[in-house]
Design a protein around this ligand. Structure first.
Ligand code: GYE
Length: 326
């Protein structure tokens, strides 16, 4: 699914709605399906692969608190699609009121989403998307990954597109909408420039794999590499170690562009080791909780809510870092 529209000021909207909901939720389980019934939510998280993911999990746990009227059943699937499908199936068997799913990969959801629908349990997607039919879930709260990739690609094209430049790419988890859409946006933006993609491999959004794959790139191409695009900060941070170990200077000998803008990434950018970061906002919890409350109450919601992202160069990172919340 591709993002179709943007909702600005989302954090504020979500914050207001949550405060109101928090007041109404007294934690009582009194019958009648009124506002004060505790809502049991099963949340199937991808795993804990990155700083973005940690911030997202924390945001979700804060929003789905008891004080806000929720009973949260949390599962992190260690980035194993089969384990995540099993977690959703177990939420269905437990008879939760709603399921929130951050799908690791796009494909393979049709059967279990149909099972949830047959059991009358609404599913709300957060973060990534699925290829299953839209009528199998109530809503999606997420980011425009293709636009993130395009923003990164435009910066690369503007700064390096007119001289022969060799690029390597660390891709996110294969089959995830975050990786697929970022690649599409980026590749479209660098089309027709003087940039050559020497290599592109997955580092699964983790620091450890980012480092290993970058070591391989360096062994193979050495100082031919001018530029690295990493689909997230963590892989870029792992690559820093590999680049330094090879005797090269990150940010200077090899320019680095990443996505996420978590604190460690922003610190590397402010320190001159990264060159540009496109933000991906992980603080989706309040909006997701607001949507879940509405869906469970039978109120109508939009099919998708897209959170806006910005981008940072080194100077902008220095200015933004002191107030960065994650
Ligand atoms: O960029 C990465 C995480 O799906 C947007 O997943 C998310 C991505 C994020 O592991 O750091």
């Amino acid at each position: 699914m591709k993002a179709k529209k943007t909702l600005a000021g989302l954090a504020l909207v979500g914050a207001i709605a949550l405060t109101t909901a928090g007041c109404a939720g007294g934690g009582s389980t009194a019958g009648g399906g009124g506002d004060d019934k505790v809502i049991t939510v099963g949340f199937a998280q991808t795993g804990s692969e990155s700083g973005w993911r940690s911030a997202n999990t924390e945001s979700m746990k804060t929003a789905f608190s008891e004080a806000n009227g929720f009973n949260l059943v949390f599962n992190a699937a260690d980035n194993k699609p089969e384990a995540q499908i099993a977690a959703v199936r177990s939420f269905i068997n437990q008879g939760v009121d709603a399921i929130v799913l951050a799908p690791i990969v796009t494909d393979g959801w049709d059967d279990v989403l149909k099972e949830a629908k047959d059991a009358n349990i609404p599913v709300i997607l957060e973060d990534r998307t699925v290829s299953a039919s839209e009528d199998l879930y109530a809503s999606w709260v997420g980011l425009d990954f293709e636009k993130e990739g395009e923003t990164a690609g435009k910066w690369v094209a503007d700064n390096f597109g007119k001289t022969p430049t060799n690029l390597v790419v660390l891709e996110g988890t294969t089959g995830s909408s975050a990786a697929t859409d970022r690649a599409t946006g980026f590749n479209d933006a660098i089309k027709g420039t003087d940039i050559t993609v020497l290599d592109s491999q997955t580092g699964n959004f983790t620091r450890a794999e980012g480092k290993t794959v970058m070591e391989g790139f360096l062994q193979k191409y050495g100082s031919q590499i001018n530029l690295l695009f990493a689909h997230n900060d963590d892989m870029g941070l792992g690559a820093l170690d590999a680049i330094k170990a090879a005797g090269l200077k990150p940010g200077t000998d090899i320019k680095i562009v990443t996505i996420d803008a978590v604190k460690d990434g922003m610190t590397a950018l402010a320190d001159g080791e990264f060159n540009y970061i496109v933000e991906c906002n992980p603080l989706l919890g309040e909006k997701v909780a607001e949507v879940v409350k509405k869906v469970v109450a039978g109120e109508s919601v939009d099919k998708q809510y897209i959170v806006e992202d910005q981008a940072f160069d080194q100077e902008q990172a220095k200015a933004a870092l002191p107030d960065r919340k994650y």
